[in-house]
Design a protein around this ligand. Structure first.
Ligand code: HAM
Length: 422
């Protein structure tokens, strides 16, 4: 039997209502904050992610689905959404509208060749936003508040916001030096990835899952001791804005994030429900002031986040949030062989009138048709009998009250609409 490729899974009709639920909340909330949807390709030139996400990251080093297409171009299935959105922003010169924040949102599948575990797959889904064009720390707070609003509407109670700053360029130059000085004496005790990271991007060493227990990790210098005054002020303003909205957060010096494009604010949304497994980050994001220019555009700042939809679904289940599948039908038509053509046209007319309706397609006996109506939780059944049809009527039965009435065939829709409103 052919099965789903390793690292992927089907989202089945019995579960899809949970996805619609979170997607609807996401779309509606983005619209309230004046974000517009953008759809970019699922594959891009490999170079985009090498430059955008960064050569020192695990994503670029180990996790990309990269291949040569038939024209010998190096193509990569997108491992995240930000690089593609920024590419499109530059390519379509969206920055031409001066003094505007360009607010974009997206959702869709992303691909990373990772080790499978609960909450981690090779095809997964994100929804995310990017706000491009403003240096104002308030936009960082807006982006965070948008994510918090979405998580709250979904109904999640066990989520904390963890935040840190990576400072500006000057802060990171100083910090980088301090990290190299700190880790170089123990370099030989670190994993091979960290040896490489120490040369390419020492900040990444702090993110290592292999060496996280090494004593040098705990005693590592903290970014907060290397921040410039400007970077301190910027972070303080983001926190002030979050305070003004009453958004609770935890400052974590070790939060560096797994992508190279960040500066200043970085944050994650962590599920705190026990038993969630080790992949507790429901989402993350931050500011990336150098990314637009890295990708060939002008010096334009940006900030955004992405939420992992697969993990949001796990969190909904883990927190016991019930989502109504709303999969019952309003009307089920019970018909005999002789009345099937009438039943079929009635079915279509009901649907065109906006009434969710279904009928039998197996030429079942009347009793079996009623059983099916029960199974579909129909609120009403319309019984189309031969003799009644000749008189120009059908019987409509309210399945809750069991009340059955004869209705003129011209009045079926108005009768149902009236009853549905009661
Ligand atoms: P990220 O932290 O790499 O950030 O991914 C965001 C979220 O996607 C994670 O917190 C997690 O919920 C989900 N995720 C990541 N990898 C997997 C996986 N293998 N399986 C299931 N879920 C996963 C970004 O991607 C940035 N582009 C976010 C951003 C937007 N920063 C600024 N703007």
């Amino acid at each position: 039997m052919i099965q789903t490729p390793k690292g992927t899974y089907d989202i089945l009709p019995k579960d899809v209502h949970k996805w619609h639920y979170i997607e609807d909340i996401f779309r509606k909330t983005c619209a309230l904050y004046n974000y517009k949807e953008i759809r970019t390709p699922i594959f891009e030139s490999t170079e985009l992610f090498v430059r955008g996400v960064g050569e020192s990251t695990d994503i670029v080093n180990k996790e990309m689905y990269t291949f040569l297409d038939k024209g010998n171009r190096s193509i990569t299935l997108r491992p995240e959404g930000t690089a593609g959105v920024v590419r499109s922003y530059v390519e379509n010169k969206m920055f031409a509208e001066l003094n505007q924040v360009t607010k974009l949102y997206y959702m869709g599948p992303m691909f990373r060749y990772e080790r499978m575990q609960k909450g981690r797959s090779r095809q997964f889904f994100q929804f995310g936003v990017e706000a491009l064009g403003s240096n104002d720390p308030t936009i960082d707070a807006e982006v965070i508040s948008l994510a918090v609003n979405i998580l709250e509407q979904i109904g999640l109670k066990h989520v904390k916001v963890v935040i840190n700053t990576l400072g500006d360029k000057a802060s990171r130059v100083n910090y980088r030096k301090a990290l190299i000085e700190h880790f170089t004496p123990v370099k030989e005790e670190l994993c091979s990835d960290c040896k490489r990271r120490l040369e390419q991007n020492p900040l990444r060493v702090l993110d290592c899952k292999v060496d996280c227990e090494h004593p040098a990790m705990k005693s590592a210098p903290k970014i907060r001791d290397y921040l410039t005054d400007e970077a301190k002020v910027f972070f303080a303003e983001v926190l002030r804005d979050l305070d003004s909205l009453g958004i609770k957060y935890e400052i974590n010096d070790n939060l560096v994030r797994g992508l190279d494009y960040y500066n200043h604010t970085v944050f994650e949304f962590i599920s705190t429900i026990p038993g969630f497994g080790s992949q507790t980050a429901l989402g993350g994001g931050g500011r990336y002031d150098g990314l637009v220019s890295e990708i060939g555009g002008p010096e334009i700042p940006g900030v955004g986040f992405a939420l992992g939809m697969d993990r949001l679904i796990l969190a909904i289940e883990e927190e016991g949030i019930e989502v109504d599948p709303k999969d019952n039908v309003e009307v089920f038509i019970v018909a005999m062989n002789e009345t099937r053509t009438f039943a079929f046209t009635l079915l279509e007319n009901l649907r065109r009138a906006g009434i969710k309706a279904e009928k039998d397609f197996f030429e079942r006996k009347i009793k079996a048709q009623f059983k099916q109506a029960d199974k579909l939780n129909a609120n009403f059944t319309i019984i189309v009998g031969e003799e009644e049809l000749q008189r120009g009527v059908v019987s409509i039965k309210n399945m809750k009250t069991q009340v059955q009435e004869e209705i003129n065939i011209d009045n079926i829709i108005s009768y149902l609409k009236q009853r549905m409103e009661e």
